[in-house]
Write a new protein. Structure first.
Lengths: 393, 146
């Protein structure tokens, strides 16, 4: 068995990068290239030939990678900016996220797929993963068509905000499905949430304090990574939510450090592409044909239910918040893309003992649906922008 | 003027010869307003002051244009997305950890700092951190060519 994690990781990254170079020549989405690179090294293909063993070490890597993303997202917004986002963006974000969560949860639950373990757990897990979107795909379409106007602005705000919302929902879901009873779940969710927020806030204060003392630019990346790793380690020992810890670490560090937060966040933002290569190649490497075949019906249900949920959720939220007509009619089509964060969150399920029966199935469903959304998503976003009359090309 | 000459001149002596003040913008100014001022004054740096004439932060031309022209970037981080949607003020994107000079320093030390941090107009502060002037790289270069 090939058990050198560094060699396997190196092979995955190099394959991912090489394929993405080829993909860029043919205008093929690079995210799909990363996933195919992982797929080449999956158990059913070359991973099986060379006996790759990914499971033992991929958890730690995924945890750190997710924490980096959560930290960057937590620090991406200030309280003042949240206030200034306004009613329409906030309502539409909550509407489309909850709409997708509810639609996918109900669709999967009533479909009653044959799986090991309770169906309601699978339904909730897939439902929560449906909340996040892919800002990169949306921004790329907006940039390509030089779009400008109320729909474009609202769309940018919504795709930025719903990832925060999605990560928080995911953290709460993990607590809910881990509880043996409802009362236990409520109690432990309190500990998880409050503990995560408190730990992250304290670590964020310390990070900002030291950030104010340090002048040397090159110190910031090691300092931020140290804070992320330390807070994740403490969260693990105390059994509190690592994702909420990372989000509140970023948020409190940005709030205390003030200004644009360039120094505390820019170095980590440079790592985002690396993190997404890791997510997609690892997810691809976890591809299993037998599991995929078992989940084909789920992929179809997930893809359609998520789109319908987002469309309905936004329509209702836009009406309630008195959004402009273009926003009400077309914003839902702009939030169809889904990518890296959903994959990262799905990868994080693999090491949850209570989700062992469904984690691989969920990852395969999310991976396949992400590839579908990579094609459908940008087309839907373009449709929305063109229909709203906000494109200039 | 050689490096030895710069080493002999103190910041306070330089300020007597070139009594310059930096470009100051209001904390609540929009990116459009800041960019207009920077262009009008032909400056690459602007500063924000508090009521006691103390510097709160620094804005570089690059920083301002990054925000102003963000719609031309094909990739945005979440931070850039929120910033683009909420239209930040000068105070929100200023760097509160700006670099500065003191009166008793030699020009030699100051030039090194200015080049290292890529600041054209460096503020000079007195002992209680009040703004008393600025050193412009343009004038230093002109002096060095004499």
């Amino acid at each position: 068995m090939m058990s050198s994690p560094l060699l396997i990781l190196g092979v995955l990254l190099v394959t991912g990068l090489l394929l993405s170079l080829v993909a860029s020549r043919f205008n093929f989405p690079r995210i799909a290239a990363y996933a195919i690179a992982g797929l080449i090294w999956s158990e059913d293909l070359l991973g099986g030939v060379f006996d790759f063993d990914i499971a033992p070490w991929s958890y730690s890597l995924t945890t750190v990678a997710l924490a980096i993303i959560a930290y960057a997202i937590g620090g991406s917004v200030t309280t003042e900016q949240l206030r200034r986002l306004g009613r329409v963006i906030t309502f539409c974000t909550v509407g489309e996220s909850l709409g997708a969560v509810l639609a996918v949860t109900l669709a999967v639950y009533f479909y009653q797929p044959v799986i090991e373990g309770p169906v309601w757990v699978l339904a909730i897990v897939l439902g929560v993963l449906a909340a996040t979107t892919a800002p990169a795909a949306t921004v790329a379409v907006i940039h390509q068509y030089r779009a400008k106007g109320p729909l474009t602005t609202t769309l940018l705000g919504v795709v930025a905000l719903d990832d925060i919302f999605g990560i928080i929902l995911f953290s709460l879901m993990l607590v809910l499905v881990a509880g043996a009873s409802l009362s236990e779940a409520v109690l432990s969710s309190g500990v998880h949430v409050v503990g995560g927020l408190a730990l992250g806030s304290v670590m964020g204060l310390l990070l900002a304090f030291f950030g104010n003392k340090v002048r040397k630019q090159t110190f910031f990346l090691p300092m931020v990574l140290s804070a992320i790793l330390l807070s994740q380690g403490i969260a693990e020992i105390l059994h509190i939510s690592p994702l909420l810890t990372a989000i509140s670490l970023g948020f409190s560090a940005r709030s205390v450090y003030q200004a644009g937060g360039e120094r505390l966040f820019e170095p980590v933002e440079y790592l985002e592409e690396l993190v997404f290569i890791i997510f997609f190649t690892l997810a691809g490497a976890h591809f299993k044909l037998s599991v995929f075949m078992q989940g084909i019906d789920l992929i179809v249900i997930y893809v359609f239910a998520r789109i319908i949920g987002k469309l309905l959720g936004i329509y209702i939220a836009a009406r309630v918040s008195s959004a402009p007509e273009t926003v009400r009619q077309y914003l839902g089509f702009g939030v169809v893309p889904q990518a890296g964060i959903a994959i990262g969150l799905a990868l994080a399920l693999l090491n949850r003992p209570e989700l062992q029966d469904i984690a691989l199935l969920v990852l395969n469903v999310i991976l396949a649906s992400t590839l579908i959304y990579e094609i459908v998503g940008p087309m839907a976003t373009r449709y929305a922008l063109v229909k709203a009359g906000e494109t200039r090309q | 003027m050689t490096e030895q000459d710069f080493a002999k001149i103190s910041v306070s002596e330089w300020l007597k010869q070139y009594p310059e003040l930096p470009l100051v913008v209001a904390a609540g100014a929009t990116m459009n307003e800041v960019a207009n001022l920077l262009l009008k004054e032909n400056s690459r740096d602007a500063y924000i002051l508090d009521g006691d004439n103390k510097v709160k932060g620094h804005l570089s031309f690059g920083n301002v244009t990054n925000h102003l022209l963000s719609e031309h970037l094909p990739i945005h981080t979440h931070r850039q997305l929120f910033s683009r949607v909420t239209e930040p003020t000068a105070e929100e994107i200023m760097d509160p950890h700006y670099t500065y000079a003191r009166c008793d320093e030699s020009l030699c030390e100051v030039i090194h700092r200015q080049l290292e941090r890529d600041v054209d107009t460096l503020v000079v502060l007195d002992d209680d951190d009040t703004l008393i002037g600025s050193i412009k790289l343009r004038e230093l270069v002109a002096e060095s060519l004499k």
